[in-house]
Design a protein around this ligand. Structure first.
Ligand code: NDP
Ligand code: 8X3
Length: 256
């Protein structure tokens, strides 16, 4: 038996855009109760209007433990027992080489992609363990698996997500709580607009003349991992657009 016909409560961080928004819509359309959280409350209002009864939207900055505590404390009773946490909130900032990168960009990526993710996990896990049921789905990245120029701190935060996900599985053995790391490649969202600090032309160039993954592709992977029978744990899913592959290792040739 799968869990598809049972209403679950699903907490999604970063639900105002991209993967988080698509995942919130996908679960809400299936009738699940969805908590959609992000900093930009206005963006979430349209979601609330589309799914009046089964979406609860809330402002949340995952980098602040105090704000997470306040948000969780304020959940209405009917949304308070979380079956699935989708740790999606995250960002890349900059594509400069390490010796030129902006340290405040690195700080923001660490605070969001690492600290925000482990705080949310730590806060929601005890109840899942108590219930002997639950699922944490983390949004990692191929950037955690493969190095590329300018990927420096961003890729390292996603390598954290990969190993944290695996170590969670080690800790949670016997609790029936599942953990999955989704590792997408190139996907067209607001990701590049954020990475290039609002430079729309630069962001558009990333997706020009190619067919990137869509936010719905990632939502499909999240939903699929969640809908597997309770005895099946999808450890990780790495997905790329067909138009993306690895490049050769680089060699610095001495100039003659
Ligand atoms: P978007 O920029 O479209 O969405 C990012 C979401 O994260 C927004 O909803 C944003 O909401 C939220 N967010 C950012 N910072 C915070 C914060 N401090 N607190 C709460 N929410 C926050 O990008 P994607 O949908 O592409 O990115 C989603 C995840 O997928 C990220 O973790 C990203 O690293 C990862 N990823 C993206 C890939 C891509 O190519 N697009 C590929 C692989 C992984 P708000 O600003 O309103 O708070
Ligand atoms: C986003 C994918 O390759 O731009 O995580 O880093 S990539």
């Amino acid at each position: 038996m799968t869990s598809t016909n049972i209403i679950k409560t699903i907490f999604i961080t970063g639900a105002s855009s991209g993967f988080g928004l698509a995942t919130a819509k996908a679960f809400a359309a299936k009738g699940h109760k969805v908590i959609a959280a992000a900093r930009r409350q206005q963006r979430l209002e349209a979601l609330q209007q589309e799914f009046v009864t089964n979406i609860y939207v809330m402002p949340l900055d995952v980098t602040s433990e105090a704000k997470i505590d306040a948000a969780l404390d304020s959940l209405p009773q009917e949304f308070s027992s979380i079956d699935l946490l989708v740790n999606n909130a995250g960002l890349a900032l900059g594509l400069s080489p390490a010796h030129q990168a902006d340290i405040s960009d690195w700080d923001k990526m660490v605070d969001t992609n690492i600290k925000g993710l482990y705080l949310m996990t730590r806060k929601l896990l005890p109840n899942m363990v108590k219930n002997q049921s639950g699922h944490i789905i983390n949004i990692g990245s191929i950037a955690g698996n493969y190095a590329y120029p300018g990927g420096n701190a961003y890729g390292a935060t996603k390598a954290f997500v990969k190993q944290f996900s695996r170590n969670l599985r080690a800790d949670l053995l016997g609790t029936h709580v599942r953990v999955t790391n989704i590792e997408p490649g190139l996907a067209e969202t607001e990701f590049s607009l954020v990475r290039f600090h609002g430079d729309q032309d630069k962001a558009d160039k990333v997706y020009e003349d190619t067919q990137a993954l869509t936010a719905d592709d990632i939502a499909n992977a999240v939903v699929w991992a969640f809908e597997q029978p309770a005895h099946v744990n999808i450890n990780s899913i790495e997905l790329m657009p067909t138009s993306q592959a690895w490049s050769a290792l680089a060699i610095d040739k001495v100039q003659g």
